[in-house]
Design a protein around this ligand. Structure first.
Ligand SMILES: CC(C)(COP(=O)(O)OP(=O)(O)OC[C@H]1O[C@@H](n2cnc3c(N)ncnc32)[C@H](O)[C@@H]1OP(=O)(O)O)[C@@H](O)C(=O)NCCC(=O)NCCS
Length: 159
């Protein structure tokens, strides 16, 4: 039922819709309305498409429809991890993370790091990430709390 595949240019609008819905309907339980309003915005579709295509990006499908996505930058930065509200808690983010870790091993990246939202922190902790620091980041005039987190992975674990 759940399948992970590579992002293609045709996925651009689905990733935007998933991003906006995940913030508005899921992260909204941990952030205030003004913070959600500031975060849930994609002002430049072309820039978004360029960022998604510029690094390994993975789409997870449920019954053939995109329900989540994640990515991995060359320095080990995991920028995005978003799952559609209608498909939370069924292991989609876990499968995406497994794929990201597999990709990191292939690329010889030994450490994955991210800025996890208040909402995503428990997920990343359950999957072996540790908090480096709590931080407050500025987004369109609002200050949002998130956590710098990291996970060391062993290249030999891929077998
Ligand atoms: C965080 C998020 C990506 C998790 O996606 P998901 O597909 O529901 O996660 P999974 O089903 O793979 O859950 C994996 C594990 O994490 C746990 N988990 C996930 N979210 C959790 C939460 N908020 N609190 C506690 N545990 C949580 C699950 O119980 C599960 O544990 P287990 O399988 O070991 O029992 C999703 O909730 C989301 O999109 N959130 C809103 C957007 C967001 O904040 N994204 C991150 C930006 S940094």
């Amino acid at each position: 039922m759940l399948q992970v595949r590579r992002y293609t240019a045709d996925d651009c609008d689905d990733t935007i819709a998933i991003f906006l819905a995940a913030i508005r309907e899921v992260a909204s339980r941990d952030y205030g309305p003004a913070e959600i309003e500031a975060w849930a915005k994609v002002e430049d579709r072309a820039a978004w498409a360029e960022r998604r295509a510029s690094r390994p990006t993975f789409i997870i499908e449920h019954a053939g429809h995109p329900i989540g996505f994640s990515d991995l930058e060359p320095n080990g930065h995991l920028d995005m991890m978003f799952v559609h509200p209608a498909h939370q808690g069924i292991g989609a983010a876990s499968l995406l993370l497994a794929k990201v870790e597999e990709e990191a091993k292939k690329l010889g990246i030994g450490r994955i790091f991210t800025e996890a939202s208040l909402t995503a922190r428990p997920f990343f902790e359950r999957r072996g990430f540790t908090v480096i620091a709590r931080q407050s980041v500025e987004k369109r005039g609002q200050r949002l709390t998130n956590f710098r987190m990291e996970k060391y992975i062993s290249a030999t674990a891929l077998s």
